[in-house]
Design a protein around this ligand. Structure first.
Ligand code: CMP
Length: 135
């Protein structure tokens, strides 16, 4: 069994699609935790530190710490890969029809959700929302 982190980002929370997104992943995975919180700017900077220096980094940090997001801890066989298939490409315009980002994303920044992209990333990311769990 593998664990992964889904974040329902502030844009999707504002669009009131938390329930729709959770029902899409609930069919496929066991939900082990749900946590709504507003990341501090420091947490958002740390969370996205792999993107530090890129032109979108400051805007991304500001967006992710602007209002509440929802961390969803998911568990299942091959969960990291399978969740990324359901989430779709980073740019909602390039995401396959029916994926979460194609349905609920607005543009490449306001793309509705984040999903861990590797076991190492899941291990790093899960504690931002679930400090008592690891991957
Ligand atoms: P996410 O999967 O959370 O990982 C990094 C995030 O940076 C990504 O989703 C987008 O929200 C954002 N991002 C990636 N590329 C760009 C870009 N070119 N312009 C603005 N935001 C971006």
């Amino acid at each position: 069994m593998q664990r992964t982190l889904l974040i329902i980002k502030p844009d999707a929370v504002k669009k009131k699609v938390i329930g729709k997104i959770i029902s899409m992943v609930e069919k496929e995975f066991a939900i082990r935790g749900i946590c709504m919180k507003t990341l501090t700017p420091e947490e958002a900077k740390k969370f996205y530190k792999v993107h530090e220096g890129k032109d979108f980094y400051e805007g991304l940090v500001e967006f992710m710490s602007s209002s509440p997001s929802v961390g969803v801890l998911l568990e299942g066989e091959n969960a990291i890969y399978r969740l990324r298939e359901i989430v779709g490409a980073t740019d909602p315009k390039k995401a396959k029809p029916g994926t979460i980002r194609s349905l609920f994303g607005t543009n490449i920044r306001f793309n509705a959700v984040h999903a861990s992209d590797s076991p190492e990333a899941a291990k790093y990311e899960i504690p931002f929302y679930f400090p008592n769990w690891d991957a």
